[in-house]
Design a protein around this ligand. Structure first.
Ligand code: CTP
Ligand code: MG
Length: 223
């Protein structure tokens, strides 16, 4: 679980996972969505040095019977995930990556994603929503160069879940090619991996901007 970002777009002093809503940090809200998922055997969280202790406290209160590792992340999300991957035990079949700032993912969708990712016909599965708006491909001088068929456009979310071996290979390959992707799946796709999409819902949004934070507050205050 990457939680090492600084939250530039949110513009708050405290990084997003450690902002409090309805008496709990966003990180805790997110972890709580996973607490009944029996398939999880270990949890590795990347965060900044300053928040390691708090992270350990939050996570150990939610998960008392699985192995917990809290490490220092990197400058990019990809680096934070890559560092965490070094701690995954060899016996793990699947690796699930989930943003610490998506507290509304449902257990049902997590389980769907695990089930699909473990199928023998794919290398992984990700949650995504069909694009609501028409997507434009735009070049440097703000000129539209293409309008891909909207029916084929999906917006990727997390969790993104992959078979361990291919995910490690994808991350190592990306590191050696100095390729930085905007999600985990793109690295697996880069090495030819087959990734299935699970239709998700808009409430699994990533808390990115102050408006997202306001919405999250509204949603959690009613819980
Ligand atoms: N993340 C991380 N390490 C980084 C950057 C991001 O672990 N170097 C984590 C964030 O903490 C977050 C998730 O990746 O849980 C998604 O990233 P994003 O929403 O972009 O968060 P930030 O990078 O913190 O925000 P911003 O891009 O606005 O600075
Ligand atoms: Mg970021």
């Amino acid at each position: 679980m990457p939680a090492a970002g600084s939250g530039t777009r949110m513009g708050k002093e405290i990084p997003k996972p450690y902002l409090t809503i309805a008496g709990k940090t966003i990180l805790e809200h997110t972890l709580l969505q996973f607490r009944h998922v029996k398939e999880i055997h270990e949890l590795i969280i990347s965060t900044s040095e300053l928040f390691k202790e708090q992270t350990r406290e939050i996570a150990s209160a939610v998960f008392c019977d699985i192995e917990l590792t809290v490490i220092e992340g990197g400058a990019e999300r990809q680096e934070s995930v890559f560092k965490a991957l070094q701690y995954v035990t060899d016996s793990a079949e699947l690796i699930a990556i989930h943003d610490a700032v998506r507290p509304f993912v449902s257990e049902e969708l997590i389980l769907d994603c695990i089930k699909t990712a473990s199928g023998s016909d794919v290398d992984g599965a990700i949650l995504a929503t069909p694009a609501k708006d028409t997507i434009k491909e735009v070049v440097d001088n703000n000129l539209v160069v293409a309008t891909p068929e909207r029916d084929r456009m999906w917006q990727a979310q997390t969790p993104q879940i992959f078979k361990r071996e291919i995910l490690l290979r994808a991350y190592n390959e990306a590191a050696s090619r100095k390729y930085i992707g905007t999600d985990d799946s793109s690295l697996v796709e880069m090495i030819g991996g087959k990734v299935s999409v699970i239709k998700s819902t808009a409430d699994n949004f990533k808390i990115t901007y102050p408006l997202d934070f306001q919405l999250a507050k509204l949603m959690l205050s009613g819980k």
